[in-house]
Design a protein around this ligand. Structure first.
Ligand SMILES: Cc1cc2nc3c(=O)[nH]c(=O)nc-3n(C[C@H](O)[C@H](O)[C@H](O)COP(=O)(O)OP(=O)(O)OC[C@H]3O[C@@H](n4cnc5c(N)ncnc54)[C@H](O)[C@@H]3O)c2cc1C
Length: 361
């Protein structure tokens, strides 16, 4: 049932996989991107309301320390804007008492992207042949054979839905997810497999909400929209507004771990009640409300990602290897980057490294 033969197969259509595809397109190489979800973007997800795109994954980039991403944004004709930070901050103590505190400006300056981070994904997608991206194609097995590598799409224990053949693979998904969910034949070397499993996927255990309003009532009251809470469920809140125009938004992350979160109306109510106690009653009735729990996403998080990560790890390629199986399989994906791992910048850097190593002897 061997259907498709390509010089390179990219597994994962997040930013890293799409950027690798974009680079290979520029070199007129034969490749296909196999993406498990029915959409591209991976951890980048931006539902639309009134032509505004709410970032439920990454929101920020830092041009001063993200040169590759800033360059790509420029090349793709996109524009960013400064994170709104003017005004006073709010702090909720463990007993739910609210305090007004000094605001702060992030340094280096944080920027958001016009059109949301999904604008990056859309622009890259436009520059890749449409037939090169296969959605709804979860890779379950990678088998080394005499005539090359066979990549099975479907579910383990069931007949593959499709089999692709190639000489080179770019593994553009978190290494922990690859080790936990894809069967490699022959087995991955034990130390490499353990190293891959140990690399936590950045923000995979997190969830994010977005509440959109017609007016920036918190700014009108002198607040920046930044708030921190030791009570929860939300732990960190920011202004997530469109570039100084409607809709205006509050967005944030949780200090409740995955085990205490549950999607649905009663959890939404809890979040809105907390927003009201921090920013006032106008927070109770957003025009739109979005919530995404990444810990529940099987193409992002594994059972090992359910516990919160409190610090950003220093990422590097697993076991310091950028490839394995005799340079057949190359790591991309942000968590394998040598620089800025875990971030969007790392997704781009790792893809560029994988593509430039692909045809080196
Ligand atoms: C809530 C949140 C907030 C964040 N905030 C920021 C921020 O402000 N700034 C920043 O720089 N970074 C931030 N990040 C991190 C950033 O999102 C990631 O670094 C980046 O998106 C990773 O891209 P990637 O392509 O490496 O991985 P992913 O986006 O995870 O892409 C991997 C792709 O592989 C696919 N896949 C998985 N399994 C398979 C399989 N078996 N077969 C085929 N395909 C498969 C997935 O569906 C996915 O599309 C945040 C992340 C989250 C979740």
């Amino acid at each position: 049932m061997l259907e498709n033969v390509f010089d390179t197969i990219i597994i994962g259509g997040g930013l890293s996989g799409l950027y690798a595809g974009y680079l290979l397109s520029e070199q007129s190489r034969s490749f296909v991107i196999l993406e498990a979800r029915k959409r591209t973007g991976g951890r980048i997800l931006c539902p639309e309301y009134n032509r505004f795109f709410s970032d439920l994954g990454p929101s920020w980039y830092w041009p001063a320390i993200n040169p590759s991403l800033a360059g790509l944004i420029q090349t793709l004709g996109l524009e960013g804007y400064r994170q709104s930070e003017d005004g006073l901050g709010r702090f909720e103590d463990p007993n739910g008492n609210i305090h007004t505190v000094r605001g702060y400006s992030t340094s280096p300056a944080s920027f958001r992207l016009n059109g949301g981070m999904n604008a990056l994904i859309k622009k890259l997608y436009e520059r890749i042949p449409e037939t090169a991206v296969k959605l709804d194609s979860p890779v379950c097995e990678i088998k080394k054979q005499e005539d090359g590598v066979h990549v099975h799409v479907g579910e383990l224990e069931k007949a593959p839905r499709a089999i692709f053949k190639t000489q080179k693979i770019i593994l553009a998904l978190p290494p922990r997810l690859a080790a936990a969910t894809i069967l490699f034949t022959p087995d991955l070397p034990h130390r490499l497999e353990q190293a891959m499993l140990r690399i936590g996927t950045w923000m995979a255990g997190q969830a994010k909400f977005y509440a959109l309003y017609d007016t920036p009532f918190w700014r009108d009251a002198g607040f920046s929209g930044q708030a921190f809470s030791q009570k929860g469920p939300v732990g960190e809140i920011h202004d997530g507004s469109n570039h100084n125009q409607n809709p205006y938004g509050l967005t944030g992350f949780f200090n409740f771990p995955a085990s205490r979160r549950y999607p649905g109306p009663s959890f939404t109510k809890l979040i809105l009640e907390q927003l009201c106690s921090i920013f006032g009653e106008k927070a109770a009735r957003p025009k739109a409300f979005f919530y995404q729990d990444w810990a529940m996403e099987k193409f992002t998080a594994t059972e090992f990602d359910q516990a919160p990560m409190y610090e950003h790890p220093v990422y590097q390629p697993p076991e310091d290897q950028t490839c394995f199986w005799d340079r057949t399989i190359h790591f991309a994906g942000s968590e394998t980057a040598d620089l800025c791992g875990g971030y969007l910048e790392g997704a781009i850097n790792s893809a560029r490294r994988a593509v430039s190593n692909l045809y080196e002897n």
